[in-house]
Design a protein around this ligand. Structure first.
Ligand SMILES: Nc1nc2c(ncn2[C@@H]2O[C@H](COP(=O)(O)OP(=O)(O)OP(=O)(O)O)[C@@H](O)[C@H]2O)c(=O)[nH]1
Ligand SMILES: [Mg+2]
Length: 300
């Protein structure tokens, strides 16, 4: 994970380390920073985010006077702090958030996002993550072929209840049913699937608003795919009106460039709760800025 972008930061820090003078001047930093900028952009870090990183590093490094023996550590720490601060802004205490939701008996969590973002898989993984809690799944994607069977299969595997109706039925009604079922049996969570949306599909967006009005979810979770690069900005914008409570970033294992996580961390209107890191049920980890920063920078 994040292998490719790691070399971008390593190359930057190597080139700054090679500067001979004790004092790093703004002029000496121009070339390393320009290279860093180019490579961050090539690795799907959005322009504004790249600008922020470049400006922060310029401010922190230009003019500092430091012995060459200590410089390496100083540069490493400065890059670390810059990236950590950025990710920290987008984080939350996942365990605390889940415990808070759990008190609703049940907490209805709505999973929304574009076609193929990984919503259904994220629901199954979340159910697995919540092992020990009483979870009900709601087959709120009544639109896509085989979506109900897909969720039911996960439910069977995880041995949790899945509430569904026929294809074409009203998604709000299905999710409302699941919520009532959860209330009756005092479940801890109802995890509701929804149909994937392309932003051109106004009917499906309207349906999503209706689902929110009818079912009054306790949490709305946006699922975004880390492999789509800068398109993620447009997707986030599209879902912002729903007042999101959290974000799950999927397919971080398949993001060959690795920089999308930085873009999402800066642009997301709600904290990142989980990262999807593979195709199996266990491949979901709570988002921890320290651990992700270390992976991005290969700092042990
Ligand atoms: N490598 C990898 N693949 C993932 C991850 N999460 C989901 N996938 C894969 O992405 C594909 C789409 O996942 P789904 O969960 O069906 O996505 P969806 O958003 O429900 O799709 P629609 O229902 O069609 O809108 C599947 O092949 C998943 O196995 C992940 O974290 N890593
Ligand atoms: Mg789905």
């Amino acid at each position: 994970m994040f292998d490719s972008i790691r070399s971008v930061f390593t190359n930057f820090s190597d080139s700054v380390k090679q500067i001979q003078e004790t004092q790093l001047s703004e002029k000496q930093l121009i070339e390393p920073l320009e290279n860093l900028e180019m490579h961050l952009l090539q690795h799907n870090v959005a322009v504004e985010v790249t600008d922020y990183i470049i400006e922060t590093l310029r401010k922190e490094l230009a003019g500092i006077q430091i012995e060459r023996s200590q410089r390496e550590q100083y540069i490493t720490n400065t890059i670390y702090d810059t990236i950590y601060d950025l990710l920290q802004e987008a984080s939350c205490d996942t365990t605390e958030l889940l415990n808070r939701w759990k008190q609703y008996n049940p907490a209805l969590l709505l999973f929304v996002g574009a076609n193929g973002a990984g919503k259904t898989t994220a629901i199954a993984k979340t159910a697995k993550f919540l092992q020990g809690a009483d979870v009900v799944l709601a087959a709120g994607d009544t639109f896509r072929d085989a979506s109900i069977e897909q969720l039911q299969k996960h439910a069977d595997h995880l041995q949790v209840k899945c509430i569904s109706q026929e294809y074409g039925s009203d998604a709000a009604a299905v999710i409302y049913d699941a919520k009532e079922h959860g209330e009756k049996y005092r479940a801890d969570f109802v995890l509701a699937d929804t149909a994937g949306r392309a932003h051109t599909n106004t009917n499906l967006m309207e349906e999503l608003r209706k689902i929110c009005r009818v079912t009054e979810p306790n949490g709305i979770i946006l699922v975004v795919d880390a492999t789509i690069g800068n398109d993620v900005i447009e997707q986030i914008k599209q879902y912002e009106p729903l007042s999101l409570d959290g974000v799950i970033v999927t397919k971080t294992d398949a993001d060959t460039r690795g920089g999308t996580i930085l873009t999402i961390a800066t642009k997301a209107p709600a904290p990142i709760i989980f990262l999807g890191t593979g195709q199996s049920y266990e491949d979901l980890t709570a988002f921890e800025p320290e651990s992700v920063t270390k992976q991005l920078l290969a700092k042990e």
